[in-house]
Write a protein that binds this ligand. Structure first.
Ligand code: SAH
Length: 243
């Protein structure tokens, strides 16, 4: 009997809401997720040097419909603080990492941001609520196309996306106030450094593919000098190149 009630509670927790109260249910799950992220931030304070993230970033995360960015089979897990498979061997990052990377970029409402690795489009959607324009590039055509459709359907008008090799950035719209790289690289792609404005920030996981990488905050100062700071160990899918 006891195991049965546990089973019922457990399975109802995993159910995907499908009725009028969906939005309330999702909102509650997001509020819980935000609390979990806040706890993770406190737990990792010794790495990241702060015990809380920008409240505006957390507010955006608390309203962003992550369930719209994952395949149907993953929807029950959309508000768990963990990465999820989005097909083609790729993943949508863990919400804590999305929140942290967004916080580190330190963007403002007039900024223009470049993202390498559109994936599901969730990170770009997050940024679009904080900046003026987001430019994002995805190398897997199917992912790039479905993210573009998603941006249109959900009304993210200030996101421009295309399929291509993000290693080269998106020169026509450069320079950028901030650049986010959501796939691991063994070095900072030189074209991206070039397309970063003086005074701008870049966040990028650096390290060999399929190992633990370091999340690195790169700052280009007003004189164009580069400063880097290792934040914490992370695990991202590797950058792919079209050869
Ligand atoms: N930001 C994404 C998660 C990214 S996963 C989200 O919010 O869902 C990393 C993505 O980077 C994958 O979709 C992968 O296909 C893409 N990628 C890898 N190498 C790339 C490259 N050279 N240019 C553009 N995208 C790349």
């Amino acid at each position: 009997m006891r195991s049965l009630s546990i089973l019922i509670i457990f399975s109802s927790f995993f159910l995907v809401p499908t009725h009028a109260s969906d939005e309330t249910e999702y909102q509650q799950r997001r509020a819980r997720l935000v609390k979990e992220i806040q706890a993770s931030v406190r737990d990792t304070e010794s790495y990241i040097g702060k015990s809380s993230l920008n409240p505006l970033v957390m507010k955006v995360m608390g309203n962003l419909p992550r369930h719209e960015f994952v395949p149907a089979s993953q929807k029950p897990f959309a508000y768990f603080n963990r990465p999820l498979a989005i097909g083609h061997g790729q993943t949508i990052s863990q919400p804590y990492i999305v929140a942290l990377m967004t916080d580190l970029l330190d963007v403002g409402p007039n900024d223009k941001v470049f993202e390498l690795g559109t994936g599901s489009g969730y990170q770009a959607a997050m940024l679009s609520k904080l900046v003026k324009e987001v430019y994002t590039v995805e190398i897997v055509p199917e992912l790039g196309r479905s993210a573009k459709k998603r941006f249109q359907q959900l009304g993210y008008q200030n996101i421009k996306s295309k399929v291509g090799d993000g290693y080269y950035g998106w020169k026509e719209n450069a320079p950028y106030d901030a650049i986010i790289v959501t796939a691991a690289s063994n070095q900072i792609p030189p074209p991206l450094l070039e397309q970063l404005k003086p005074g701008g920030n870049m966040v990028i996981p650096i390290g060999a593919p399929f190992t633990i990488q370091q999340l690195v905050l790169v700052k280009k100062d007003e004189q164009g000098k580069i400063h880097t700071q290792q934040m914490l160990p992370v695990r991202f899918v590797p950058i792919r190149r079209n050869h």
